[in-house]
Design a protein around this ligand. Structure first.
Ligand code: SAM
Length: 293
């Protein structure tokens, strides 16, 4: 048992001095200094204690230890090689932690987790580096790995987007895309004073419950994502104007008719459509485009 409070600023400074390392802004390093928070994140990240947890960015290991004491195994991916000797010390007594010194964006997660999880359920838990929040979330969602939950601390502004309802100002392309893979729920907010160094933005922990199967059938998944991207890329335009360039074989009137047949106003904007609405629209447009000779 390591008798070290990893959330104490004094301990963090001592470890950094001992291993001659400094906080790396370029890696989004803001370490938690309130022990109640990693405990609360770990407690709420997953219902199944037999799960394997993928942690991205263990830092000096405060959340990792909380996860290791609750779940079957933790696979912790840390990009900063300067932190690896620190983690080897702070996690020395955690037999169920696999430490991997890699960039999550370059790691074949499927291969790594297949090797480490076997038949166990798998979830993600992380205090994410904010400079790459969206790419990491998209990589996790698109990975095809059957995660039960993805619980992450992210900047509040992104959390607001991910948890938004269709039609609200925060609702965006990422919300519609996320809702194809799962549903996001806000767990709790964490103020900047709970980190060292303190970030300039507020933070919120969210939990994404991942769907076991796609919530709707897509005739062409890439068309679905393209339509969402175009609909939000030009937010001021009506939906039919924003997506018409994707369908040069269809007249604007034909696209407009499909939109109204699906129950929307002819001048509807993309931000009013739910993920399911986009699925119905992309399937109808797929059929229309393929019926044109
Ligand atoms: N988990 C620790 C905590 O809560 O105190 C540290 C969280 S800190 C916000 C983000 C961590 O992610 C840092 O340890 C950083 O080095 C790591 N990180 C940044 N980019 C990464 C990447 N591409 N792949 C893996 N880890 C990364």
């Amino acid at each position: 048992m390591i008798l070290m409070d990893l959330c104490s600023p004094r301990t963090i400074r001592q470890l950094m001095e001992e291993y001659q390392i400094a906080f790396r802004k370029d890696y989004g390093q803001n370490f938690l200094i309130n022990p109640a928070i990693p405990a609360r994140i770990a407690e709420s990240c997953c219902d199944e204690r037999e799960s394997v947890i993928l942690e991205i960015g263990p830092g000096i290991g405060s959340l990792t230890r909380e996860l290791a004491s609750r779940y079957k195994k933790v696979v912790a991916l840390e990009i900063d090689k300067g932190l690896i000797p620190v983690l080897k010390k702070t996690l020395a007594d955690c037999d169920n932690v696999i430490l991997v010194n890699e960039d999550v964006m370059k790691t074949d997660l499927k291969l790594l987790l297949e090797k480490e999880t076997g038949a166990s359920p798998v979830s993600v838990c992380a205090n994410l580096p904010y400079y790459i929040t969206t790419p990491i979330l998209m990589k996790l969602l698109e990975s095809g790995i059957p995660f039960d939950y993805i619980t992450v601390m992210i900047q509040t502004e992104v959390a607001d987007r991910l948890c938004a309802s269709a039609g609200s100002p925060e609702y965006g392309a990422i919300t519609a895309v996320l809702n194809y893979y799962g549903t996001a729920k806000r767990l709790f907010a964490v103020s900047a004073g709970n980190f060292m160094p303190a970030p300039k933005v507020g933070s919120t922990v969210i939990r994404i419950e991942c769907f076991k199967a796609p919530p709707f059938e897509l005739k062409d998944a890439s068309l679905f994502f393209e339509i969402i991207k175009s609909a939000f890329g030009q937010r001021r335009k009506t939906l039919s104007n924003a997506i018409s360039h994707l369908f040069p074989m269809l007249t604007k009137a034909a696209i407009g008719e499909i939109i109204t047949t699906l129950g929307h106003r002819p001048d509807v904007r993309g931000e009013r459509l739910s993920s399911g609405d986009f699925a119905a629209l992309s399937n109808a447009l797929y059929l229309a485009k393929n019926s044109v000779k």
